[in-house]
Design a binder for this molecule. Structure first.
Ligand code: ADP
Ligand code: MG
Length: 324
C-alpha cells in the first residue's frame, strides 16, 4: 500500500509553479510568508492560515480565545519573517449568527490587533461549519527579511521560549492527561506571537521559522530549504517542568519535538554574531536557548542526541494528510 501523500507533497505537486514567478514576487511558496516588492526599501509580507473547528481547536473553545488565536498564529508567521504587521482580512464561516460568540471572538481579535497595530481591512462572512481564515500583511526591509534558506554549517540553532507546553496543554483540554495546569492551557489557547524577537533578529539570524507543527518538522523545513543538516542536544531543549515529567513518565521523549502549537521562533545564527544576539535578546526579555548547531549534510537531516545515542523520532510533526 502506498502511504497517503502529506500536506507538503500536495502543495508541491499541485500548487508550486516556481518557473513563472513575476519579478515583483521576491519570495513565493515555501516560507512563512510571501514577499512582494513594495517600496524601494520594503517588501510586503503576506501570510494566510485557517483554523477549523475540531482540527485546530476544540468545538467548545471560548470565542475570545479563538479570536486571539486566529490572529496570533498569523502574526507568528510574520514574526518568523522579521516583519511588522499592518493589515488583515478575515473570512469567517459560522454555523449560526450567535451574537454572544461574535462579541467574544471580535473582542479577542481586536485586543491582540490593537497591541500590534493591525487594522482589519476586509473579509468574507458565510454560513457553514465553523472555520476561520485570516490573512495578515505587513512590511519588512527587503534586505533584512528572515527566510528559511540561509542556514550554513557552523551556525548555532536557537529557540525562543519553551517546547511542548502547548502540546501538553492540549492533552489536558482533551482529557487525555490526568491533570490541569493553567499555564500550559494558556500556552495552547493564547499563544503570544514573537514579533519583537523577529524584528530584533533582522541582520542577526541566517534563517528563521515559527514552530507550529513540531520543532523536528519545522526545523526540517529550514534544513531542506538551506540544504544543510542539524545536530541538537536533547538535554538543552527548554522544557517546562510538567513537560519534562510527562516525557519521563510516558517514555515519549520525542513529544516536545513533535507536539505542535508552540509558536516559538527557531532560528540560526553564525558564531561570530552570538555575542550581539545575547546582548539584544537580554534587553528584549524573551528567553532564548541554544539547542544545537548546523552541519553539512546531503540529503538534509536532523539528529537529536540524547547523551551519546540518537533519539529515534517516529514522526517529525503534525501533517494534515499524512496523519489522516
Ligand atoms: P506555515 O505553517 O508557515 O503557515 P505552511 O506549512 O502552512 O506554512 O505552508 C508551507 C508553504 O506552502 C507556505 O509558503 C504556504 O504559503 C504554502 N502553501 C500552503 N498551502 C498552499 C496552497 N494551497 N497553495 C499555495 N501555497 C500553499
Ligand atoms: Mg510558519
Amino acid at each position: 500500500m502506498t502511504a497517503a501523500p502529506g500536506e507538503f507533497d500536495l502543495i508541491g505537486r499541485f500548487f508550486r509553479r516556481t518557473a513563472s514567478l513575476p519579478a515583483e514576487v521576491l519570495l513565493g511558496i515555501g516560507d512563512d510568508a510571501a514577499l512582494i516588492d513594495w517600496t524601494p526599501d520594503k517588501a510586503l509580507a503576506v501570510t494566510v492560515d485557517t483554523l477549523v473547528s475540531g482540527v485546530h481547536f476544540l468545538p467548545d473553545t471560548d470565542a475570545f480565545k479563538l479570536g486571539h488565536k486566529a490572529l496570533a498564529v498569523n502574526l507568528s508567521d510574520l514574526a518568523a519573517m522579521g516583519a511588522e504587521p499592518a493589515w488583515a482580512t478575515l473570512a469567517l464561516t459560522l454555523p449560526r449568527a450567535d451574537e454572544a460568540w461574535l462579541a467574544g471572538f471580535s473582542h479577542g481579535f481586536f485586543s491582540l490587533a490593537a497591541r500590534h497595530g493591525v487594522t482589519l481591512i476586509g473579509g468574507d462572512t458565510t454560513r457553514g461549519p465553523l472555520s476561520i481564515t485570516l490573512q495578515v500583511m505587513g512590511t519588512v526591509p527587503k534586505a533584512l527579511a528572515l527566510k528559511r534558506t540561509g542556514a550554513r554549517p557552523g551556525d548555532r540553532v536557537y529557540l525562543t521560549g519553551s517546547l511542548g507546553s502547548a502540546g501538553l496543554g492540549l492533552k489536558m483540554l482533551q482529557g487525555s492527561f490526568p491533570a490541569t495546569d493553567p499555564d500550559l492551557i494558556r500556552c495552547q489557547e493564547m499563544p503570544q506571537p514573537r514579533l519583537e524577537t523577529g524584528r530584533c533578529l533582522r541582520g542577526l539570524a541566517t534563517a528563521c521559522i515559527d514552530v507550529t507543527d513540531g520543532l523536528a518538522a519545522d526545523l526540517g523545513h529550514i534544513l531542506a530549504a538551506s540544504g544543510v543538516g542539524a545536530e541538537l542536544q536533547y538535554d538543552r531543549l527548554p522544557l517546562a517542568d510538567p513537560v519534562q515529567a510527562y516525557c519521563r513518565t510516558s517514555g515519549d521523549w520525542g513529544f516536545p519535538l513533535q507536539a505542535g502549537d508552540d509558536y516559538e521562533l527557531c532560528f540560526t545564527v553564525p558564531a561570530h554574531r552570538e555575542a550581539r544576539l545575547i546582548e539584544v535578546m537580554t534587553a528584549g526579555g524573551v528567553p532564548i536557548t541554544r539547542i544545537g548547531h548546523i552541519v553539512a549534510a546531503t540529503p538534509p537531516r536532523l539528529t537529536v542526541w540524547r547523551g551519546t545515542d540518537p533519539l529515534i523520532l517516529t514522526r517529525t510533526g503534525f501533517d494534515h494528510f499524512a496523519d489522516a
